[in-house]
Design a protein around this ligand. Structure first.
Ligand code: PLP
Length: 389
C-alpha cells in the first residue's frame, strides 16, 4: 500500500539534497570543530558557512546571532528560561493560549517560580486578540517577555507577528516568536520583524530531527539554557552536531528557493482543492481557522459527531497519514487546547483532523484523501451515537 503523507506539521521528509549534504560529515569529515588541529578546523569552516546560510535565511544581521541546538523545544525553553534568568527578579511573560506545549510548559514553570504569565486568547477563527494584548502590555509589571507564535501548528493560522513585535518593543518588552510552523512557508525576516528571539526546527522544514536554531538578536539579555562548554559562544554547551548543522543550512537554502519558485502557490492550490472537496463531500464539516490568514500547507477540519482518532485510525489503514490535535492521555481523549480556545462547538471539537502538506505533496495524494476520507467519515457517522439514524 502506498503511503500518502499529509502530516508535515508533525515532521517532514528530509530532502534528498539535505541528506546528500550531510553524508560526508559522517564518513569522512567527522572532526570536532573546536579542535585545534587542521582536521577539526576543516569542519569548523563548514559550521561557519552553515551559520551564515541560516543567518541569510532569517535575514539576521550577523551569523553570530544564530545558535544551533537540538530541537525547537530546546529553543523555546532557552528563550523563555534564558530571558527570565537574565532578569534575576520576577517579571511578566505575555503569551497566547494556543502556543505549542514547548512554550506553554516553560510558562507554567515560570509561573511556579514567581513570574506573572498572561495568556492572550483567540477568536473563533484562531485570530490573536490584539486588544487584550495591548492591555496586557500596558498592565505588565517588571521586566516583560512576549512569546507569541508566528503560525499555529494545528490550524496554520498566522499571527500578525510584525505588529505584535512592534507593540512589544515599543512597550520595552523582549520579544520571542516560535516560528517553527512558519519557516519555509512564509518569508522570515528579522530585519523587518523586530523580534529579539526566534525559534525554528530542522525537521519541520526537510532537515532531519535533532537540529534546531534559536536566533538571538545582538544585545538581547539572555542566559544560556544548556550550560556546559564554550560552544556557540558560550550560549549552548555541547559539541556541535556538525552533520545536522550542515543539513539545517541546506534545508534553509532549499526553503528560500521554494519560497521564490512558486512552491507555495502550488501547495495552496492543493490544500484549497482538498478543503473544497472535503467540505463538498462530508456534510456537517467545518474548517477551523479557515477565515483567518493561514500558511498554505495546513487544513484543520472538524467532522461533527465523530471522534477524530477513529477517522485517523481508519485513514491510516488506507495508507493516509494525518493527525488530530487531541492527545490520548490516561485513557481519556483530551480535545486540543487550540481548538477549544477557538470556542469550537463540543460536537466538532473531538472530530478535528489536521492535514498538512509539503512541497512534495502531489495531486494524486490529494485525490486519495478525497476518495477515502468521505467514505471513512460516512462509516463512522453510521456508528455514532450522536447522529440520529
Ligand atoms: N513549536 C511548534 C509550533 C511546533 O509545532 C513544535 C512541534 O510540533 C514544536 C515547537 C516542538 O518541536 P520539537 O518537538 O521538534 O522540539
Amino acid at each position: 500500500m502506498r503511503t500518502v503523507y499529509l502530516d508535515n506539521n508533525a515532521t517532514t521528509r528530509p530532502a534528498p539534497e539535505v541528506v546528500e549534504a550531510m553524508t560526508p560529515f559522517f564518513a569522512e569529515r567527522w572532526g570536532n570543530p573546536s579542535s585545534m588541529h587542521a582536521f577539526g578546523g576543516l569542519v569548523a569552516r563548514d559550521v561557519t558557512a552553515a551559520r551564515e546560510a541560516v543567518a541569510a535565511f532569517l535575514g539576521a544581521e550577523r551569523p553570530e546571532e544564530i545558535v544551533f541546538n537540538g530541537c525547537a523545544t530546546e529553543g523555546d525553553n532557552h528563550a523563555l528560561f534564558g530571558v527570565a534568568a537574565a532578569w534575576g527578579r520576577p517579571g511578566t511573560i505575555i503569551t497566547s493560549r494556543v502556543e505549542h506545549p514547548a512554550v506553554l510548559g516553560p510558562c507554567l514553570r515560570l509561573r511556579e517560580l514567581g513570574h506573572t504569565v498572561v495568556e492572550i486568547g483567540v477568536d473563533g477563527e484562531g485570530r490573536f486578540d490584539m486588544e487584550a494584548y495591548a492591555q496586557a502590555l500596558a498592565a505588565a509589571s517588571g521586566p516583560t517577555l512576549v512569546s507569541v507564535m508566528w503560525a499555529n501548528n494545528e490550524t496554520g493560522v498566522l499571527f500578525p507577528i510584525r505588529e505584535i513585535a512592534e507593540m512589544g518593543k515599543a512597550a520595552g518588552a523582549t520579544v520571542h516568536t516560535d516560528a517553527v510552523q512558519a519557516a519555509g512557508k512564509v518569508p522570515l525576516d528579522v530585519g523587518s520583524v523586530p523580534v529579539d528571539l526566534l525559534t525554528i526546527a530542522g525537521h519541520k522544514m526537510h532537515a532531519p530531527k535533532g537540529i534546531g536554531v534559536l536566533y538571538i538578536r545582538r544585545g538581547t539579555r539572555i542566559k544560556p539554557y544548556v550550560i556546559g562548554g564554550h560552544q556557540e559562544r558560550g550560549r549552548r554547551g555541547g559539541t556541535e552536531n556538525v552533520p545536522y548543522i550542515v543539513g539545517m543550512a541546506k534545508a534553509c537554502e532549499l526553503a528560500r528557493r521554494a519560497l521564490e519558485d512558486g512552491s507555495e502557490a502550488r501547495m495552496a492550490r492543493l490544500r484549497d482543492r482538498l478543503q473544497a472537496g472535503l467540505l463538498a463531500t462530508c456534510p456537517d464539516s467545518r474548517v477551523n481557522g479557515g477565515g483567518a490568514p493561514r500558511v498554505a500547507n495546513t487544513l484543520n477540519i472538524s467532522f461533527e459527531f465523530i471522534e477524530g482518532e477513529s477517522v485517523l485510525y481508519h485513514l491510516s489503514d488506507r495508507g493516509i497519514c494525518a493527525s488530530s490535535g487531541s492527545a490520548c492521555a490516561a485513557g481519556s481523549l483530551e480535545p486540543s487546547h487550540v481548538i477549544r480556545a477557538m470556542g469550537v462547538p463540543f460536537t466538532a471539537v473531538h472530530g478535528s483532523i489536521r492535514f498538512s502538506l509539503s512541497r512534495y505533496t502531489t495531486d494524486e495524494e490529494i485525490d486519495a484523501v478525497l476518495e477515502h476520507c468521505p467514505q471513512v467519515v460516512a462509516e463512522m457517522r453510521a456508528l455514532s451515537p450522536f447522529v440520529k439514524h
